[in-house]
Structures are given as C-alpha cells and as structure tokens.
Design a protein around this ligand. Structure first.
Ligand SMILES: *Cc1c(COP(=O)(O)O)cnc(C)c1O
Length: 392
C-alpha cells in the first residue's frame, strides 16, 4: 500500500498515556485558564533550568510577545538568520521594527559569529545597531551562545534564542532555554517539533520584570493581581488593562498533552541522537555530509540535514525530486527568508546572503522521527545514493 511505503520527514508520536491525559481534562472543570497551564510551565522551567516560563498558543506568538517585552518598536532593528522559518523575522515587522539578516556558517548552518562581528562593526559606524538579535538553533544544535552573549554586551543588544527545534538540547552542559547567555528563549510545540501540544509554544526567561510583561501581553494586557492594580481602591470585580496585549493563551487541553509528552523528553532526544548516529554510519560512503554539530553542543536532533557534495542547483533539484518520487518525504529547511516574495518586496535580493543561498541549493532534510526504523533509514540512504549516482 502506498501510504504505508511513504516515509515522511517528521512525524509526531501520541501514546495511550497522552490520550488518557487529554481525555481527563475534557471532563474536568477547566478547558482553559485552569491549573494545567501553570503545571506545564513549571515542568518546562525544571527541564530547561530557567526561572520563568510563559506558555502560549504558538512559537510565533512567543516571538511576538518576546519582542514586545523587550520594547522592540518602530525605528529599531532586529537581526536573525536567513535560514529559519519566516516567523523568526516576521515578529520584528509585527512590532513595526525593521529586519536584517546575518549570514550562516556553511558547515553548521548556524548564524556565523564572524559575519555577525563584521556586520556589528559596520552597523556601529552607521548608527544602525540592532536592538534584538535572534540566533536560531537550526535542527536542534545550539548556536555559539557564549560568543553571542559577549557581542551583546559589547554592542548593547538583547538576545532571543529561537529554540523551536532545540528543547532537550544542551550547550556547554546547560539545557537550551536556561537563558544563561540570552534574555529570552522561545520554543515551539507544533506536532513536527520535539514534543507537541497540537499548536503551542513558550517563552523562558530569568528576568522577573520580563516575565510579568510577558504574562500581561499573553492575555489582553490585563492583570487580576490586586497588588499590581493602579487604582487606589479596587472592587471585588476589578481587573485592569495596563498595556495592549493579545489572546495568545494556550488551553488546558493542550498543556495536558504537553505535560504528558515532556515526561518522555530525555528518551525522545536520546532516540533522535541514536538515529542520527545511524545516519552518520550509513552516509559514510555517500556523496553528502550531515551538518556538523559544534563541540560543546548536544543537539536535540530535530532534523537530519545533509549537504550534497555536488554544488549544482540542478543536481539538488533532481536528487530531491527523485527521493520524493520514491516516496521519501524529504524537505528543505529552509528557503532563505530574504528570498521570500514578501521580503524581496521590502528590498532584499538574491546575493544578499551568499552562504545561506548556496546552503539552500544543496541542503536536504532526511526523514527523522522516533519511530523510524533502521530498515527505513537504509532505504532512505540507498535511494539517496542511487539518485546521486544516476545524476552523474
Ligand atoms: C516551527 C518554528 C517556528 C514557529 O513555530 P509555531 O509554533 O508553528 O508558531 C518558529 N521558528 C522556527 C525556527 C520554527 O521551526
């Protein structure tokens, strides 16, 4: 059967325990704004070793309120990597700020510290320094956060880690999300990510003031906390809106799933690392290399991204199409954001970030998810080798 043969690039796993946890909430008192949201946030702070977590309805919302909490606004610049999902750049535009990109390191696919340093020096001369930098932990590998934190201090910008791929990963033995080298970290719980809540995301931070702003922004800018009221005498029904916020809340139904899933985080990440080791072995003789994982990093292995040795874009297209036609659900993570029609429309063009562009012309994400079997991985690599060989 065709659907049985198809190997997708990613696939969520929902266990009987997960289903039980969700079913229980459905007959409880709260479907939303109940106790499970806070419980999920506590579990997150413990897993990632951060003081505070604010769970929201997506990582896109998390990015938006993270930028607002840092007062990003008109006249400000936000910099990120061109090799990311569009949401990482869009959050700047939501705030009326301007976006620019920093090219990548070819071997890891992560933001290049050297390119960042050069761009900062130039921006300083032109009085165009960014207010916020968002490094992206592509595929689950942390960026070089220590260097980034050093530059943040030197040039005076805030750092939001886009950790959408990286929950369960480590950088210098610290869990990603601990914010040891950043102001804020954000996560996604979309089904294709490491753990899921259906749709969902969260923000972590160690700064109490930021935490309070994030909580306000998540729910209409409203507080129900009498200690925070601005009025002199509050009534029993008083609630106050202090800033312009949104409804970015996550539900108890979703967080029940998240709580059940997060219990398996360590085993999921270990399994993903094991699968990557198998790919590494299988790909030894192939004309393609997996992206390098920097030293000091334990990746959560969200993705298995290879780069083809043959740098011709036509070769890339044909290998990619052949794999798809053989029912192997390969993907490209990502089309460089600056080459999206919307971003071209605001002034970016081909050639702006050459390493990101050449990356997108020979990168392929191979299927990787916990239930993938060795046999399936063999089929993926054999088909890849055949595609490459046939194309010479
Ligand atoms: C998935 C993803 C997002 C957006 O996540 P949502 O939860 O779908 O809003 C942002 N950044 C990166 C790098 C992602 O992979």
């Amino acid at each position: 059967m065709m659907s049985d043969d198809f190997i997708p690039y990613g696939k969520h796993k929902v266990t009987d325990d997960d289903i039980q946890a969700v079913v229980e909430v459905l007959s409880s008192q709260y479907l939303t704004q109940g106790p499970l949201v806070n419980k999920f946030e506590l579990a997150l702070t413990e897993k990632v070793n951060a003081s505070y977590a604010v769970a929201v309805n997506s990582a896109t919302s998390a990015l938006h309120i993270a930028c607002l909490a840092l007062n990003l606004g008109p006249g400000d610049w936000l910099w990120t990597s061109p090799i990311t999902f569009v949401a990482t750049a869009n959050c700047a535009i939501y705030c009326g700020a301007k976006v620019d990109f920093v090219d990548i390191d070819a071997s890891t696919g992560l933001m290049s510290i050297e390119a960042l340093r050069i761009k900062l020096e130039d921006a300083k001369r032109r009085n165009r320094l960014p207010k916020v930098l968002i490094p992206v932990h592509l595929g689950g590998s942390s960026c070089d956060m220590k260097s980034i934190a050093g530059l943040a201090k030197e040039y005076g910008f805030f750092v939001i880690e886009d950790s959408s791929h990286a929950i369960g990963g480590y950088y210098k033995s610290e869990p990603v999300g601990s914010c040891k080298y950043s102001n804020i970290s954000i996560f996604s719980f979309h089904p294709v990510k490491i753990i899921t809540t259906g749709e969902g995301g969260c923000v972590t931070t160690n700064n109490e003031e930021l935490y309070k702003r994030l909580c306000l922004l998540r729910s209409h800018g409203i507080t129900k906390e009498p200690a925070d009221f601005l009025c002199e005498k509050s009534e029993p029904w008083t609630y106050e809106q202090h800033v312009l916020g949104f409804n970015y809340r996550i539900t108890d139904i979703q967080t029940a799933l998240g709580l059940s899933q997060i219990k398996r985080l360590t085993s999921i990440v270990n399994r993903r690392n094991q699968l990557l080791d198998t790919y590494t072995r299988l790909l030894k003789k192939s004309s393609a290399d997996l992206l390098e994982i920097p030293i000091d990093v334990k990746s959560s292995v969200h993705l298995a991204i290879i780069r083809l040795h043959n740098k011709s874009p036509e070769h890339h297209r044909r290998v990619f199409s052949f794999l798809r036609s053989e029912k192997i659900g390969v993907q490209l993570h990502y089309i460089p954001v600056h080459l999206q029609p919307y971003y071209k429309g605001i002034g970016f063009k081909e050639g702006d970030f050459p390493l990101a562009e050449s990356y997108s012309k020979n990168a392929i994400s191979l299927p990787l998810y916990p239930e993938l079997t060795n046999l399936q991985m063999q089929r993926v690599v054999e088909t890849l080798d055949e595609a490459i060989k046939n194309d010479f």
